[in-house]
Design a protein around this ligand. Sequence first.
Ligand code: HEC
Ligand code: HEC
Ligand code: HEC
Ligand code: HEC
Length: 243
Amino acid sequence: MRFKSFFIASSIVLGLTQLCYGQAGTIVGSKHDFSLANNTWNFSTPVTAQLQGQICRPCHAPHNSNIRDVAAIGGGYSNTPGAGSFGPLWDHTLSTQTYNIYSQGYNFWKEGAATVGNPDGSSKLCLSCHDGTVALANFRTFATATTKMSTFNGGASNLGTDLSTSHPISFTYNTALATTDHKIWDPSSTPSGVHSGTIDADMLENGKLQCISCHDAHNGAGVNRLLIKSNVGSALCFTCHKL
Ligand code: HEC
Ligand code: HEC
Ligand code: HEC
Ligand code: HEC
C-alpha cells in the first residue's frame, strides 16, 4: 500500500511539474503529424515511396539538408556558414515573398515602439509553409508539388503575405523596450511559465520575438493550436503583457 501511494504521490508530483512547465505533448497526432492520412500531399507524387508519410521529413532531413545556416545578422537563412548561426537540418523550400509587416500605428499607450522588421530567424521556416506560396511537399530536390497552405483544409492555417493583421514578429524584445512601454514585462527577469527560465530564455530567439515565442512546432506543451503554453484566460498573452 505504502508502495502504491508512493507511486500515486510521485505521479501527482510529476503531473504537477508537467502542468507547470507544460511539457506533456507530442507532435504525434497534432496538426504537424504529417503521417496522418488527411495529409494527402505527403503521400502522393512527387514524394517518393520511401519518403512518404514521414512526420519530420517535410521540415527536416537527417543528411544533406537544404539550408545549413542562419546568418547571425538579419536571420536570413542561407548556405553560407556564419558565426552564431544555426540550421536545424532544415529541408523545406523557403519562401521568397516580401511581406506587409505590422505597423505600430495602433500603439495603445503611445509609448514603446518595437522596431518590427521583415520576418527573420525561424519565423521564415514557419512562413515557408504558412504564407501559402510554397507547396507543402516542396523540399530540396522535390520542387513540383502543388498543394499549398492557401488551399489545404480550406486555407484555415494560411497567414498569407499580409502580416500586418497578425501579432508583430521578428523584433527585439528587451529590457529597454519594457522600460519604454510600461505595459509589458521585462523579458530578462520575468518567468515564462514555459520551462523554468525567463521570457527571454524560454520564448525569445536571439532576443527576438518570433512565431516560436507563442508556438511550438513539435507540440511540446500539447496545447491546441500548437501553443507553447495554455492560453486559457489569455495566460499566454499575460505572460508578456502587463494589463
Ligand atoms: C512543421 C515543421 C516541423 C516538423 C514536422 C518537425 N520539426 Fe523539428 N523544428 C522545426 C522548426 C521550425 C525548428 C526550429 C525552431 C525551434 O527550435 O523550435 C525545429 C527544431 C528542431 C530541433 C532542434 C531544436 C529542438 O527543439 O531540440 C530538433 C532536434 C528537431 N526539430 C527535431 C525534429 C524531429 C525529430 C521531428 C519529427 C519527429 C521534427 N523535428 C519535426 C520544425 C519542424
Ligand atoms: C512573448 C511575449 C508576448 C506574448 C506571448 C504576446 N505578446 Fe503581444 N506583444 C509583445 C511585445 C513585446 C509587443 C510590442 C510592444 C511595443 O511595441 O511596445 C507586443 C505587441 C502586441 C500588440 C500591439 C500593440 C501596439 O501597440 O500596436 C497587441 C495588440 C498584442 N501584442 C496583443 C497580444 C495578444 C492578444 C497576445 C496573446 C494572444 C499577445 N500579445 C501575446 C509581446 C508578447
Ligand atoms: C512543412 C510545412 C509546415 C511548416 C514548415 C510549418 N507548418 Fe504549421 N502547419 C502545417 C500544416 C500542413 C498544418 C495543418 C493545417 C490545417 O489543417 O489547416 C499546420 C498547422 C499549424 C497550426 C495550426 C494548429 C491547429 O491546431 O489548428 C499552427 C499554429 C502552426 N502550424 C504553426 C507553425 C509554426 C509556428 C511553424 C514554425 C515554427 C510552422 N507551423 C511550420 C505545415 C507546416
Ligand atoms: C503573440 C503570440 C503569437 C505569435 C507571435 C504567433 N502566433 Fe500564431 N497563434 C497564436 C494564438 C494564441 C493562436 C490561436 C488563436 C485562436 O485560437 O483564436 C494562433 C493561431 C495560429 C494558427 C491557426 C490559424 C488561426 O489563425 O487561428 C496558425 C497557422 C498560426 N497561429 C501560425 C503562426 C505563425 C506561422 C506565426 C509566425 C509568423 C505565428 N503564428 C505567430 C499566437 C501567436
